[in-house]
Design a binder for this molecule. Structure first.
Ligand code: GLN
Length: 249
């Protein structure tokens, strides 16, 4: 069994150590004895059937408006067909902040420019300008994924957010989690991220999977189509998780 991660725009979308998530996924898969492969895909990588044929996990990190501007046209021109087909068919993936925003209908940036999104997720994002306070701080949310893989794990995820854009979900979009502490999608409706088929969009930045091993294992198990996954000794990570529940925003 092999975990093959398609890692998009590693060079341009990697705020606050988002790339740690890929390392965590590879590490945890190897610990279970699974083979792993990393397929790096950036602006100068053209999608071919051969390149993407084994991918069973996609990861894309976050980035500032300037990075989003640098990649959004390439996403539309070269990566859209693959990503839309992959996600709609139930392909597993994690998309953080700046990339999460670009998988929706559009992102209206801080300077008013309009970045067309891939319209895979039924949502849009608007930045209301630099005079409006950014959504920054520690976050805690209750997972809304109903899956037996998460039955015996913490029901919370902990993390960190830093975004100016506010995301609003459409009727077809279900949130990935319910905010307990922090801003989440828009600081108004208590929603955090999106959960669509087997893909997660989230504002939880940095190595969110290091702080939430249950989410990492959920993604690995889904990618490999496993009903259960052998636990690892995560006592240290979970004591950090428990401590994080009490952090100030
Ligand atoms: N530029 C986007 C925003 O501020 C995304 C930032 C990020 O990925 N942290 O909303």
């Amino acid at each position: 069994m092999k975990l093959t991660i398609g890692y998009f725009y590693k060079d341009l979308l990697n705020l606050y150590g988002d790339n740690g998530n890929v390392e965590i996924l590879l590490y945890r898969a190897k610990k279970r004895g699974f083979d792993t492969e990393l397929v790096n895909i950036s602006i100068d990588t053209k999608i071919t059937t051969e390149l993407v044929k084994n991918i069973n996990m996609v990861f894309m990190g976050g980035g500032p408006d300037s990075s989003q501007k640098a990649i959004y046209q390439d996403l539309l021109d070269d990566k859209k067909d693959f990503l839309k087909g992959y996600i709609d068919k139930g392909g597993v993936g994690l998309y953080v902040c700046g990339s999460y925003q670009l998988l929706g209908k559009y992102y209206k940036a801080a300077d008013g420019s309009y970045l067309k999104g891939l319209s895979i997720f039924d949502l849009y994002t608007q930045h209301f300008g630099n005079q409006k306070k950014r959504c920054i701080g520690n976050t805690v949310a209750k997972l809304l994924i109903n899956d037996s893989l998460l039955e015996r794990t913490p029901s919370t995820i902990v993390g960190f957010e830093n975004h100016g854009g506010r995301t609003f979900l459409g009727k077809e979009a279900n949130p990935f989690a319910k905010i307990i502490k922090g801003h989440g999608n828009n600081s108004q409706d208590g929603t955090e991220g999106v959960y669509y088929k087997n893909s997660i969009g989230t504002y939880f930045h940095g190595p969110v999977l290091a702080r939430n091993p249950h989410l990492a294992d959920y993604l690995i198990a889904k990618s490999l189509k496993l009903d259960t996954i052998k636990p690892l000794d995560d006592s240290l990570a979970y004591s950090a998780h428990t401590a994080s529940l009490k952090l100030k925003r």
